[in-house]
Design a protein around this ligand. Structure first.
Ligand SMILES: Cc1cc2nc3c(=O)[nH]c(=O)nc-3n(C[C@H](O)[C@H](O)[C@H](O)COP(=O)(O)O)c2cc1C
Length: 178
């Protein structure tokens, strides 16, 4: 089994695309990305190292049927993780959003994943500077940093590849056992 599990939610496919890019760059260390719409909690729990990705929908919400998405996603899946033990697990998050159109709730869904898994005992890696972004507020910011990699494929797509590359250089050694 690969060391790192990658799970994502998506509606229009961008987060899947990034999950696949991350998997490709990690090579044998990572399993094929899995859409949470098709996952069970046990699928996540079998990994000690996880990369989780989500877009934000609604106004700062997780993707899912209640927020205009075509199918179930994190909004339906995250409650299934409530109360599960994530202690001993190392988690890196990435979140997609659109800062110009949603400047007050930019990548908020990443903050929602963070809050719940933190309560479950997870250890997080991959916090990311807010420099180079333009937004007013985000629940995915703690102590002036994003809790994971924030990506805006709508207005800053030209920065995506390099951001992913730099972020992976940061988290790779923290996710893989020595
Ligand atoms: C109806 C709608 C609501 C959105 N709401 C937010 C939001 O509240 N905050 C944000 O940062 N981005 C928001 N976005 C932008 C999406 O998160 C962004 O387009 C993302 O790349 C979509 O990812 P996906 O292709 O994986 O579904 C919204 C987009 C749509 C279409």
């Amino acid at each position: 089994m690969a060391a790192i599990g990658i799970f994502f939610g998506t509606d229009t496919g961008r987060t899947r695309k990034i999950a696949k890019l991350i998997a490709r760059k990690l090579g044998d260390a990572a399993a094929d990305p899995v859409n949470v719409a098709k996952a069970q909690p046990e699928d996540l729990l079998q990994y000690d190292a996880l990369i989780l990705g989500t877009p934000t929908y609604g106004e700062g919400a997780l993707p899912g049927l209640d927020f205009g998405c075509q199918g179930e996603s994190w909004h339906e899946f995250l409650p299934k993780l409530e109360g599960l033990d994530f202690s001993g697990k190392t988690v890196a998050l990435f979140g997609l959003g659109e800062q110009e159109k949603y400047p007050d709730v930019f990548v908020d869904a990443m903050g929602t994943l963070y809050d719940q898994l933190l309560a479950g005992g997870a250890r997080f890696v991959g916090e990311w500077s807010t420099e180079g972004y333009s937004f007013n507020a985000s629940t995915a910011v703690e102590d002036d940093k994003f809790v994971g990699l924030a990506l805006d494929l709508v207005t800053q797509n030209h920065l995506t590849e390099q951001r992913v590359e730099d972020w992976l250089a940061l988290i790779r050694p923290q996710l893989l056992p020595a």
